[in-house]
Design a protein around this ligand. Structure first.
Ligand code: ZN
Length: 201
């Protein structure tokens, strides 16, 4: 039986991106991994904070700047607490901040390992078959939309292109190359092909 489904997919990347940093011990660029620890240095009212990374080959550390010479009074209490205690949730947001990492390393290695949890928000029986997918992507995920849809819906990427060209797959916010772009928080995908309903999980 056909029905229209509104679903939410929550995508959580599992492995933080790894910057490649010139390691003086190894004698060349190596991937570095976050230790999860923050180092703080207070100089009067000025505060420096770094997230400590370690070379995957030799454990040499690299201090990734988080705050530099920042006035302590300009940092809110919750952030100060997070810095003091290397609060895991706060640290995790920094570890996945790939835009900031790109400013500090020439090469970033990203990982496609994701956890995808799905929930049905609404099921409408008296409507043409189809589905609307709302994406929740709280941490930046290195995952293209076409790859996600191809894997999760069991459709080829070329089939997705055909559906989009025919207006049977719509992406909001609308972009011509939306299928080739990374998944973003609050993205919505509408599909009205009954065939897709047969292959949904
Ligand atoms: Zn090294």
């Amino acid at each position: 039986m056909c029905a229209f489904l509104r679903v939410r997919w929550t995508i959580t990347p599992l492995i933080p991106p790894q910057p490649w940093i010139a390691c003086s011990s190894c004698g060349g660029p190596r991937p570095f991994q976050s230790s999860g620890r923050i180092r703080l240095n207070a100089n009067g009212k000025r505060l420096d904070a770094w997230l400590i990374y370690k070379c995957l080959s030799c454990d040499k550390t690299w201090n990734r700047p988080l705050f530099e010479r920042r006035n302590r009074g300009d940092i809110d209490a919750a952030t100060l607490d997070a810095l003091h205690f290397s609060e895991p949730g706060w640290v995790r947001m920094r570890e996945f901040d790939v835009d900031d990492l790109r400013r500090r390393a020439q090469r970033i290695e990203e990982f496609a390992d994701m956890e995808i949890s799905k929930e049905v928000l609404e099921r409408v029986e008296d409507r043409a078959a189809g589905m609307e997918i709302e994406l929740r992507v709280v941490l930046p995920a290195s995952l293209r939309l076409d790859r996600l849809l191809a894997t999760e819906l069991g459709l080829s990427r070329s089939r997705l292109d055909v559906l989009q060209a025919a207006g049977r797959l719509r992406i909001d916010p609308e972009r011509k190359d939306g299928l080739r772009r990374r998944v973003r928080d609050r993205m919505r995908i509408a599909l009205d092909d009954p065939h897709i309903m047969d292959t949904r999980p």
